[in-house]
Design a protein around this ligand. Structure first.
Ligand code: ZN
Length: 96
């Protein structure tokens, strides 16, 4: 599988580290222990398009949000984690 890094171009997946679900929400600071344990240890295993965090460790060292189809490994979109977070904040109406 090759991931098209926005900074480096298409690179082999071995240059990247998979870091998990990019759409998972962090529990609130005052969340219960059960809610924190669920957020840390329980994961969905979706078949189909999934937003994932990848780290380009052997390249530009950028954190990326990759939208990948887990059934066929087709990559639909790649953006920097910074751009994804900014878009999410704008959607939520946050002021920067
Ligand atoms: Zn890169």
């Amino acid at each position: 599988m090759r991931i098209p890094c926005p900074h480096c171009g298409a690179r082999d997946v071995q240059e990247f580290s998979y870091l998990g679900d990019a759409s998972a929400a962090r529990p609130a600071a005052d969340a219960s222990l059960d809610a924190v344990a669920e957020a840390v240890y329980l994961r969905d295993n979706p078949a189909g398009p999934h937003r994932e965090l990848w780290y380009h460790a052997s390249g530009c060292r950028a954190w990326l949000v990759v939208t990948r189809d887990t059934a066929c490994h087709a990559i639909h979109a790649v953006e920097t984690a910074r751009a994804a977070a900014a878009a999410r904040d704008l959607t939520a109406g946050a002021v920067r």
